[in-house]
Structures are given as C-alpha cells and as structure tokens.
Design a binder for this molecule. Structure first.
Ligand code: MN
Ligand code: MN
Length: 318
C-alpha cells in the first residue's frame, strides 16, 4: 500500500524549483537509513566517467539528472500507473567513486550495490559512463547470468583499448559475458550504428550468440516489432536493462560523449521502454548523459523521462 514516507513532494505543495533536488523528489534513504529495507526500488547515482575514451562529462550526470527529475510528476501519461503508490521508491544517494582509480571505483560500486541487493531493493541507476554497468552487474548478477536488453548506438563489446586496457566504456559487456554475468543467448542490443573501428565487436557478438538489431533494421521494422523480438530473446528469466542515452538521435540528446546520427526520436526513446512490459527486470540503468555537452539541459530531461519509464516497468505486476 501507499506509504506516506515514500511519496514524492508534489508540485502542488512545493514549487518544483524549490527544495533539495532528490531523484523525482523522493525521500533520500542512505544505506544506513532505518527505513532502507522498506525500499522496493532505489534510484542510485554513480557520478563516474573514468572509463570514457573520448569526450568526458558523465561524472556530472547524476547531479544534473536529479535537478531535471524535479519535472517528473506522479502519474504516467498513457499507462495511467502511479508507480510511487504501488511500490516504495527512494533516492539512495550516490556511490562515492575514486576518479583516479578505475579498479578501486569498480569495487566501491559493487560493494554499494551488494548492500542494496542485501536489502532486497531493485536498483535503477543514473550514470556515469557505460563502464558503470559492469560493477553494477557484478552485484545484480551474483546469483547467475542475466539476460539484457541494451539500447545504444554502440555494442560496447570491444576487447580492449590503447593496447591492452580492458576496462573502458567500450568494453563493459565483453567483460560481463567473460565473467558469466550475462547469458549472451539472452542479450539483445538495439540501435547500433555509426562508423566503426572494425568488425571485432560484431564478430564477438556473432560468435557468442548476442543478437544485434542495427538502426537500419530498427527503422525498417518499427518499435513494436523489434520489442516483440526483444521480449522473446530475454524470455521470462531475470533480465537487466541498460540504456545509453546515445541510443537517441543527437538532435534530441546532444549532451553525450559519443553521439551518432540517424537515431530514434525522443518519442521512440520512450516507446521502446514501454515495449519491455512483462519482462522480469532485476535492475536498470541510464548512462552517458554528459552535462558539459548539454547546455540546454534537454538531454538530462529526456534522460530522467526515460528513467521514469524504466521505473514504471520495474513495478511488479504492473
Ligand atoms: Mn554505451
Ligand atoms: Mn553508446
């Protein structure tokens, strides 16, 4: 039932530009809060971009996403669901990374998520660059390999960068498959496009059974058909959802480090999440929002709008 403590502050009670901007105006419940175990879905910031190989900035993502998220209201416009009344949601705060040490940061992230998992909370993450997903998966997939629906312009399946560097935002899902965190036969990557270094990532995907739906196929078939296939691929078993904001066309989401033209519009960006309905989502993330490249704030607003869609799909039995 609806718990008053976990209700977001309404714009009817306090104007949206006032107050401390927690995610979606929810209560802040840190890992040491007495009500931690009452949280069903926790929104977590990971202000970390040490895996970025080109234009940085997602370390500033969680703060700008929190600010933009004060625009989010309580009810979904077309689905009608009021997620904050169905489950208890809270802002769990930020993982404190070590911007000078990738391995230490990954350990800190996994430790934080282990505490979240131990409290029985479904995590919804605001990144951070895409390497963030790897230490999160090390915790969320600790009981066995997960399926994954991955929205992105890029596969993030490369072996290494810079002559042997294994941990970048272009390699997280290669590592996740190698570490047994993902079942490649239950992974689908949607929206892949842009000029490529070579075919190494695509060859790896093919070799292990990952399904890639390129942007050409996406536009040819349309959202409903593509998402029906995505649901078939991941099936009814536990599944992670990873959403790189660069999936969306840079007209709508310019505030990101590695934009690629020819992508979905902002409406399709929301529609694909609605297409996740019925999937057993055990965690989700929205990554690669880079505020220094987002002077209008529009990318962050799209980002939190996608996060609200993800949150609605994470509500059990909805
Ligand atoms: Mn990515
Ligand atoms: Mn990308």
């Amino acid at each position: 039932m609806s718990d008053p403590f976990f209700q977001p502050v309404s714009g009817f009670d306090l104007p949206r530009f006032a107050g401390i901007p927690t995610f979606m105006r929810l209560p802040h419940v840190g890992l040491d809060h007495p009500r931690l175990r009452d949280v069903d879905i926790g929104i977590i910031g990971v202000p970390w971009d040490s895996g970025t190989t080109n234009r940085p900035g997602p370390r500033h993502g969680p703060r700008q996403l929190r600010d933009a998220s004060t625009m989010i209201r309580a009810q979904h416009p077309t689905l009608g669901v009021r997620p904050f009344e169905k489950v208890s949601c809270a802002d769990l705060g930020d993982v404190g990374p070590n911007p000078a040490d990738i391995q230490d940061s990954m350990d800190r992230i996994t430790d934080f998520y282990n505490a979240v998992m131990n409290a029985g909370i479904l995590p919804l993450t605001a990144g951070g660059d895409h390497l963030t997903s790897l230490p999160v998966l090390r915790s969320v997939a600790r009981d066995g390999a997960l399926g994954m629906v991955h929205f992105d312009s890029h596969t993030d399946l490369y072996h290494s960068y810079f002559d042997g560097t294994m941990y970048t935002h272009g390699t997280p899902f290669r590592r996740a498959v190698e570490e047994g965190l993902l079942d490649p036969h239950r992974v689908v990557q949607i929206g892949i496009r842009g000029t490529q270094y070579d075919s190494e990532d695509m060859d790896f995907a093919k070799a292990v059974g990952i399904r890639i739906i390129t942007i050409d196929e996406f536009h040819d078939r349309g959202v409903a058909d593509v998402m029906e296939e995505a649901r078939d691929i991941v099936g009814q078993k536990p599944t992670y959802v990873s959403y790189d904001i660069d999936f969306v066309d840079p007209t709508f989401a310019p505030g990101t480090g590695t934009p690629e033209v020819g992508g979905p519009n902002s409406y399709q960006a929301l529609q694909v999440v609605r297409g996740l309905k019925g999937i057993d989502i055990v965690g989700a993330d929205l990554v690669e929002v880079s505020p220094p490249f987002d002077p209008s704030g529009g990318t962050a607003f799209l980002g939190v709008s996608i996060m609200f869609e993800l949150l609605c799909q994470m509500v059990p039995s909805f």
